[in-house]
Ligand binder design. Structure first.
Ligand code: ADP
Ligand code: MG
Length: 250
């Protein structure tokens, strides 16, 4: 892991109207670091990672993403900043939302061709490599509806990677999957970690977090209640709140 901080969150507070989603959240993420965010439902995990690629504004604090300093408030950053962030920070959601009318390969080649003006030949070549990496090359010509949830999610990962992001955000990528399909998606994510991708991953898979993440962050009661080296936090949490949460899920 290098020491370059690529995401720097300081005292971030997010409200929806009067409701505080989280407050005073601080977190630095370094290049090639894998950060797993865990915590009870409703803790604000999804909202937090959506603030990072500016799918949500925030109310207080500061947030730097790569070389962009984002400020609090409802106003969107200037368009070029926003599109630079969205290009360089990839996101994979709980639901797979592939384009249903496009084949697997076309799902993966569309954005680089449209957004980056990549020539088709190069986009196809890259797309096939990415599909191979997530174990989906043999399904390149199928349509999403003919795939299992785990297969669709692996295509969604390849599609996000096609923009060559510097940071990947995952929001519970396996929580909608049947248990037997979870492993294949986690394996694809683990492969990415080994390649040095910087990742922030919201997950309920504690064993995976322990094995793959460098850092574990526990969000509860509207803030980060504990963060540190994955094994340390998951095996011997310091705070009572973290202990209560982990006891329930481990
Ligand atoms: P988690 O991902 O940890 O389950 P969320 O970030 O989804 O938590 O939600 C945190 C809180 O913010 C919840 O109480 C949820 O109801 C609220 N919330 C999430 N999105 C919105 C929204 N768009 N408008 C209003 N409240 C929201
Ligand atoms: Mg969530």
């Amino acid at each position: 892991m290098s020491s370059e901080v690529v995401v720097s969150v300081k005292n971030l507070t997010k409200r929806f109207g009067q409701q505080v989603v989280f407050e005073n959240v601080s977190l630095d993420v370094r290049k090639s670091e894998v950060v797993a965010i865990v915590g009870p439902s409703g803790a604000g995990k999804s909202t937090f990672i959506r603030c990072i690629n500016r799918l949500h504004p925030f109310n207080e604090g500061t947030l730097r993403v790569l070389d962009h300093q984002l400020s609090a408030g409802e106003a969107l950053p200037p368009r070029p900043v926003l599109s630079d962030i969205r290009t360089r920070v990839g996101m994979v959601f709980q639901t797979f939302n592939l384009f249903p009318h496009l084949s697997v390969l076309d799902n993966v080649t569309l954005a680089p061709m449209e957004v980056k003006k990549m020539p088709r030949k190069q986009a196809v070549e890259q797309g096939k490599q990415l599909l191979d990496m997530v174990g989906m090359l043999e399904h390149a010509n199928k349509y999403p509806k003919r795939l299992s949830g785990g297969q669709q999610q692996r295509v969604a990962i390849a599609r996000a990677l096609a923009m060559d992001p510097e940071i990947m955000l995952f929001d519970e990528p396996t929580s909608m999957l049947d248990p037997e399909l979870v492993g294949e998606v986690l394996q694809a994510i683990q492969r990415l970690a080994k390649r040095g991708m910087t990742m922030i991953l919201v997950t309920h898979e504690m064993q995976f977090a322990k094995e793959v993440a460098d850092t574990v962050v526990i969000m509860a009661d509207h803030t980060i209640v504990e963060k540190g080296p994955a094994r340390k936090v998951l095996e011997s949490p310091k705070t009572e709140r973290a202990r209560v949460f982990l006891k329930r899920v481990l």
